[in-house]
Design a protein around this ligand. Structure first.
Ligand SMILES: CC(C)(COP(=O)(O)OP(=O)(O)OC[C@H]1O[C@@H](n2cnc3c(N)ncnc32)[C@H](O)[C@@H]1OP(=O)(O)O)[C@@H](O)C(=O)NCCC(=O)NCCS
Length: 165
């Protein structure tokens, strides 16, 4: 029903509305530039009719070790920063919300991230509000110690969730 493809400029000109103006504007006005400059990669779910159903972005990031909850932090090497991939944005069109597409986009992002040939411990995301944070928590993410809106999921857990899907 949906095909997930890399962002291209013609896709960025198509209508898309997820109900959050900043995320719609990013797709139409900024994604193209970020992709061209390699500040982000962007992947788009396209309908069989060529419409835009959802998109997400990935960039390199890191997590300060001190922001990881105690019980996990004790098991990690004492480096100040933990290598992570940042899920910069995730948005599903209002026409397709609530049918599992957001979760499918997350899985796609996990699959791409676990296969990258670089050292990455986790995926991070900054949720725009508590409702978005609840979506990420429901789908396997944990909050960092100092902010309910900043969440992470170890990629080892993503591998297990992908294998069990
Ligand atoms: C948040 C968003 C990405 C969720 O995508 P979606 O396609 O509507 O969600 P899905 O249908 O894939 O839901 C997958 C699961 O998450 C749950 N879920 C969805 N939204 C949730 C929420 N706000 N809180 C808790 N759980 C939620 C669903 O119940 C479903 O659970 P299940 O697998 O146990 O049945 C989408 O609604 C959206 O784009 N909203 C506007 C933009 C936004 O807020 N983006 C987040 C940016 S930080």
């Amino acid at each position: 029903m949906f095909e997930i493809v890399p962002f291209s400029s013609p896709l960025g000109k198509k209508p898309f509305s997820c109900g959050v103006t900043q995320l719609d504007d990013y797709f139409h006005r900024q994604a193209s530039q970020d992709v061209r400059r390699s500040f982000a990669s962007c992947f788009v779910a396209v309908t069989e009719h060529g419409g835009i159903a959802a998109y997400y972005t990935l960039s390199a990031g890191s997590i300060l070790l001190e922001r990881i909850p105690d019980d996990l932090r004790r098991k990690l090497p004492r480096y100040p920063n933990i290598p992570a991939v940042q899920l910069g944005r995730l948005a599903v069109s209002v026409d397709f919300q609530g049918i599992g597409l957001g979760a499918a986009m997350l899985y796609d992002a996990w699959k791409k991230s676990v296969d990258l040939p670089i050292g990455l411990y986790a995926m991070t995301v900054h949720a725009k509000d508590e409702k978005a944070a609840a979506f990420y928590a429901h789908n396997g993410f944990f909050s960092l110690v100092d902010s309910q809106l900043d969440l992470y999921i170890p990629l080892a857990l993503c591998r297990k969730l992908i294998a069990g899907a």
